[in-house]
Ligand binder design. Sequence first.
Ligand code: NAD
Length: 355
Amino acid sequence: MAPATETRTHTVSAALLKAFTQAILEAAGASPTNAEIVAAGQVDAHLTGHESHGVIRIPGLVRDCQSGKLKPANTPAVVREGAATAVVDGASTFGHVGCKLATEIAIRKARQGTLGAVSLTRANHTGRMGEWTELGAAQGLITMVAGSRVNSSRGQVGGLLAPHGGRTGALGTSPISWAVPRAGGAPPILLDYATSAVAGGKLQVARAKGESVPLGWIIDSEGRPTTDVEDFFNGGAQLPFAGHKGYAMAVIVTLLSIGLSEGDLLDPSEHGSCLFVLCIDPAAFRPADEFARMVEDTCARLKAVPPAEGFAEVLLPGEPEARSRAERLEHGIPIPIPIWDDLCATARGLGVPVR
Ligand code: NAD
């Protein structure tokens, strides 16, 4: 018998999901360029196994377009620039669009010199951080992205991540990603996670599936640990990963992303997602082929470690995403039925035919 928590899914190809998502966004007022960038990012979130950053976000984004909070046809722009640095205004449009521009500028600056560091402010939801670090790694650059948001969905300044030992939320889930390029076109080494025990979107997914969550993910409105995901949505908060260690990293991510983008000066009614991107050319430090060899030697050493009991093999950071992408590109993307139904309802509301 199937486990009680199993959720039925609807399987779609990446191409169909992208076209459908793009059509919905355009119907909500997005320019074709913006719609294409957001749809590509959301589909890649599903391909890499992070459905919390996929089309589950569409109904909320469409509502924000309709309320005028999100400006779907705006174009982000550089507002300040130095030789290796820039500040980008996300123009209150989709966060994916600002993130892509900020990362492309950081890549260009690292290519021209050896480092590129760009901050982004006034962006909407910034998506899967690994999407941006993978862009840099694809150009041979070690890339770091730190993200945070000033205004939480509850309108509080600070957000829904409780500091270690705290009773209420005071930080965003403050994700961080690093990608290190590998030789021969292999997928990069990829660190990519929230500094909360899990990404906030995973709570939305658990809620949509009617599942409880493991102890250590959230606290209730009184600061008590709980497994009932509704406690989070009823005034609770998220917990940092690894206690004080995740908390400390969340503080640093917040200071880099919000601090270097002047996100703290935003009006509370504005979109408060901020990003900091750093691209480093390894060739500035040693011959590129020597660095590439060191990376490959390290990977080989890690892969050669015998698996512990209960594990089939040692994986490299980024391998789960790369394998999921390959598998789903071939066999399609399973979307949980509640998420698919919400997407279709949003499409119908905009007069977009369901595919
Ligand atoms: P997660 O807990 O799923 O961890 C993912 C990371 O762990 C990846 O680097 C992956 O390669 C690595 N990993 C997983 N299993 C592994 C294994 N067995 N061996 C080696 N490495 C392994 O991540 P999460 O915290 O749930 O975050 C999910 C996504 O949510 C991320 O893409 C993150 O950027 C995104 N996020 C975005 C925001 C935002 O505001 N935009 C906020 C929070 C999270």
